[in-house]
Design a protein around this ligand. Structure first.
Ligand code: GH3
Ligand code: MG
Ligand code: MG
Ligand code: MG
Length: 314
């Protein structure tokens, strides 16, 4: 009907047209067939700093959930095509593995309904009409917990860089974003030079300090949309959305020159560290191709090492 169509177009545009760049704000996905409520929730949540994808379509919500993995999911139980329970069942594996807090909002508020919602995996239940102030407080609490959990799951303890597990997940998201924006992204594999020597000469603790200093340095030199990961040891990956190989090489080159000049471990002012990197521009991005692109970047890194290290190869 007209109304639903309207709701769809107006409210889900951000998702349909493609999120240009994944937002820094927490991403909240809302599914409800009541367009007025949907619009109200979207406006209020956006006014409170959330990025909201709102839709009346269960299938679109499911697709969005898979593609974007929201930080929080709010859904209505009574929806025409598929009810909220069915949507939750469809998504239950993903909700569980990604720990996405799920809040059910419903006009039905009997004990049976609430128990069923909780049993199926809801973390919270609010009956309609929704009290906005209360929803905001409850949402904030859910998101705080989600953030702590993500930190434990996805951040490398030593360096504060994102970890390997996060790399696999992020590659998916960056690919989908690139497909929608029709822009390539670049991927760099970075490896510190002669790092074994650092450990041998200065000790493992100094080596650790180098790794931490390097990660901090890179974060300071890059945009918040660039993603930086530690894959293990002294090997890192950087993903630069909407960035071609030439621009990526320029960025890495700048970091290379500056990092080679700084002293990463104050206790050993004479210590200088260089790195080598291999860059690929990921064209026609599909999540499944990750191993191929990493392999290609690794090959470029290998050439950089062969050519004498302390250089970037594209
Ligand atoms: P290349 O220039 O060819 O990359 O030489 P390299 O010495 O950097 O490479 P190699 O792979 O031979 O050595 C990597 C070293 O990194 C060996 C390992 O002990 C050290 N390493 C791995 N993880 C850590 C860590 O968490 N902390 C410290 N301090 N050292 C680490
Ligand atoms: Mg409804
Ligand atoms: Mg190395
Ligand atoms: Mg290495």
């Amino acid at each position: 009907c007209e109304c639903r169509h309207n709701g769809d177009v107006v409210l889900a545009t951000a998702f349909d047209d493609g999120l240009d760049i994944l937002p820094d704000q927490p991403l909240v996905l809302i599914l409800d067939d009541d367009v007025t409520l949907l619009r109200y929730l979207k406006d209020e949540l956006e006014a409170n700093g959330y990025f909201v994808v709102a839709t009346v379509s269960p299938d679109k919500a499911i697709r969005c959930f898979h593609d974007l993995t929201p930080d929080c999911f709010i859904l209505d139980l009574v929806i025409p095509d598929k009810n909220g329970f069915e949507v939750m069942e469809t998504l239950s594996d993903r909700v569980r593995t990604k720990f996405v807090p799920t809040t059910v909002i419903s006009i039905r508020d009997d004990k049976e309904t609430r128990l069923r919602a909780y049993r199926i995996g809801a973390d919270d239940f609010m009956s309609k009409p929704i009290d906005m102030e209360e929803l905001l407080v409850r949402l904030e609490r859910q998101l705080r917990r989600k953030k702590q959990l993500d930190r434990l799951l996805f951040v490398d303890e030593l360096t504060g860089a994102l970890n390997r597990k996060c790399f696999e997940e992020s590659f998916r998201r960056i690919c989908l974003e690139a497909q929608r924006a029709r822009k390539n992204f670049s991927l760099a594999v970075i490896d510190l030079d002669h790092f074994k020597l650092v450990n041998d000469r200065y000790g493992h603790l100094a080596g650790d300090k180098v790794l931490t200093a390097f990660a901090r340095f890179v974060r300071e030199q890059t945009r918040s949309t660039d993603l930086f990961f530690r894959l293990g040891g002294e090997e890192f990956v950087m993903m630069m959305p909407q960035t071609g190989r030439a621009e990526a090489a320029k960025l890495l080159e700048r970091i290379r020159l500056r990092f080679a000049e700084c002293d990463p471990v104050p206790d050993y002012p004479e210590l200088r560290i260089t790195f080598s990197a291999g860059i690929v521009e990921v064209a026609d991005p599909v999540p499944e191709s990750r191993p191929c692109w990493v392999e290609a970047a690794d090959a470029a890194l290998y050439r950089a090492k062969e050519l004498g290290r302390d250089r970037i190869v594209v």
